[in-house]
Design a protein around this ligand. Structure first.
Ligand code: HEM
Length: 509
């Protein structure tokens, strides 16, 4: 073979190899769906699902890669588990993934009028604007600061009582009371705990709602089951809806009567603001009484448990990591001192406390997966994602990924103060840490939640040492999660507090 022939032969070989490679990888992936396990007829991969969906998906992505698909009955789902993929889905293709899943339970319970589950359209845009600039904007949050301050003080006082007697404390219960009181005071000017039995009932309903929204209804995912209620989900949803509706109707009707006798005046809570909007007829979209009731439910379900959950996890981690508790107390003692109680405005001056909060969100995001639905076909990472695919971005899994975080299972807030991770925040710009989601569909309650979380975690660290109950010999707090849409602790956190700074004695609020 002379040189010319050899060169020709080599060129043909290289060209064929390149063509073959293109056909086998690039070309194939353009038209291929993401990988995943072999589906069974009719049920798809339903048989693989465990009670905690984010755990199941985490395990599956270890086997099939960080972008994979499963079928739940007839519904196609994709799972993404790296920051790069999260960015591609939620930023680069944001508009395609701007819808959310629907289910029979959601439709029944929310009068088919929810904001959180509404499609990306005029109604969603109108309420989003209202949330961002009015309801949950900085001005309104400042307006409601005195309410939050009083509620936090009441909470600390309840803890102090237990601390002084050395009794066991159910901190989960106290946290849910606190966060529900904050939201219900802002929305309806009533407290969810205390003397009013009906508001206690609202809280019970909210718990049931978050649980039922997290369940998969066979009727929604297997077409020939759509007229059956095998799991009793429809019946339970109707029951929840009836009870919630009765409670809310009474609250709204009472307020309407009150407004008829008191003419004018400044709106004092969200309910007043909404009733003003309805009365003025100036809403940019059709805003009915059902929309109003659904929105109140949205705020209750999205804004109470989530905040209580993350604080509960933070306290559990602090009990299991006393060195972190000591370090956070030292910072607060230095910056705030022992003669006044920490306030929301101290937040920016407490870098270690902020690192504790980030570390808690990393390991325990209260909403473990961001779930969206595609409204049109698109291509992600070379794979075809058809319209109406459910997307799950598993942020719980990303928080545990050793390729992103050194020694990920260790609770080590210091990582956020080290050079490499120091700029990372939780506000949706850093795709490795997205506890509030990101983009247009990100959490509108984030500012409120961050203010609450800073002041609650900060004050419980400042005022108390946290320990296991005397008769608990396990040595460590159990960190198992409960199944559902959110990821709370499996059991209420029962512990013991030892007072350090008495909120009854020192001032500052
Ligand atoms: C620690 C507390 C909270 C956490 C971790 C949290 C987390 C989230 C997440 C992950 C989403 C979905 C974001 C996405 O798809 O990109 C979301 C949506 C939402 N959150 Fe929050 N949230 C919290 C507190 C609140 C509060 C206090 C409120 C209101 C008072 C609230 C209201 C909402 C609403 C209405 C949505 C739906 C937004 C939409 O669909 O456009 N959240 N939240």
């Amino acid at each position: 073979m002379d040189h010319v022939e050899a060169a020709l032969f080599a060129a043909i070989f290289l060209l064929s190899a390149a063509l073959l490679n293109h056909l086998l990888t690039g070309k194939r992936r353009q038209n291929a769906y993401p990988p995943g396990p072999f589906p069974l007829p009719i049920i798809g991969h339903l048989h693989l699902l465990g009670p905690r969906l984010h755990h199941t998906f985490h395990d599956l992505t270890q086997r099939y890669g960080p972008l994979m698909q499963v079928r739940l009955g007839s519904i196609r789902c994709v799972i993404a588990a790296t920051p790069e993929l999260a960015k591609e889905f939620l930023k680069t293709s944001e508009l395609v993934f701007s819808a959310r899943k629907h289910s029979t339970a959601i439709d029944i319970v929310t009068y088919e009028s929810s904001f959180a589950f509404s499609p990306y359209g005029p109604y969603w845009k109108y309420i989003k604007k209202l949330c961002t600039y009015e309801l949950l904007g900085a001005r309104n949050l400042n307006h409601f600061l005195p309410i939050r301050t009083i509620e936090v003080k009441t909470f600390l006082e309840a803890l102090m009582q237990k601390g002084k007697t050395g009794e066991r404390l159910n901190v989960t219960e106290e946290l849910v009371k606190l966060t529900s009181n904050v939201i219900s005071q802002m929305m309806l000017s009533i407290r969810c705990s205390g003397t009013e039995g009906e508001t206690e009932a609202v809280r019970t309903v909210i718990r049931e709602v978050t649980q039922i929204f997290g369940e998969f209804d066979v009727a929604d995912i297997i077409w020939f089951c759509k007229n059956f209620d095998f799991q009793g989900i429809r019946k339970r949803s109707e029951d929840i809806q009836r009870r919630y509706d009765a409670l809310l109707e009474k609250i709204i009707t009472d307020r309407e009567k009150q407004r008829r006798t008191q003419h004018g005046g400044e709106a004092k809570d969200f309910l007043d603001m909404f009733l003003d909007i309805m009365k003025s007829g100036k809403a940019e979209v059709n805003f009915t009484r059902d929309h109003l009731k659904a929105l109140i439910l949205d705020f209750f379900t999205a804004g109470t448990d989530t905040t209580a959950i993350v604080v509960g996890w933070a306290i559990a981690e602090l009990i299991n990591n006393p060195n972190v508790l000591k370090k956070a107390q030292a910072e607060i003692d230095k910056v705030v001192g022992l003669h006044r109680i920490l306030q929301e405005s101290d937040g920016p001056n407490l870098p270690y406390l902020n690192a504790v909060i980030k570390e808690t969100f990393r390991l325990h995001p209260p909403i473990p997966m961001l779930s969206r639905k595609s409204i049109s076909d698109c291509v992600i990472d070379g794979y075809t994602i058809p319209a109406n695919t459910l997307l799950f971005v598993n942020i719980w899994s990303m928080g545990r990924n050793p390729k992103i975080w050194d020694n990920p299972m260790a609770f080590r807030p210091e990582r956020f103060l080290e050079k490499e991770k120091t700029g990372i925040d939780i506000k949706g710009q850093h795709f490795e840490l997205l506890p509030f989601g990101t983009g247009r569909r990100g959490c509108p309650g984030m500012l409120l939640a961050i203010r609450e979380v800073v002041v609650i975690i900060g004050t419980v660290i400042q005022c108390f040492d946290w320990k296991l109950p005397v008769d608990d010999v396990s040595g460590l707090v159990d960190m198992t999660e409960r199944p559902g849409l959110t990821a709370p602790r499996a059991d209420d956190l029962i512990c013991r507090v030892v007072p350090r700074v008495d909120p009854l004695v020192v001032s500052g609020h």
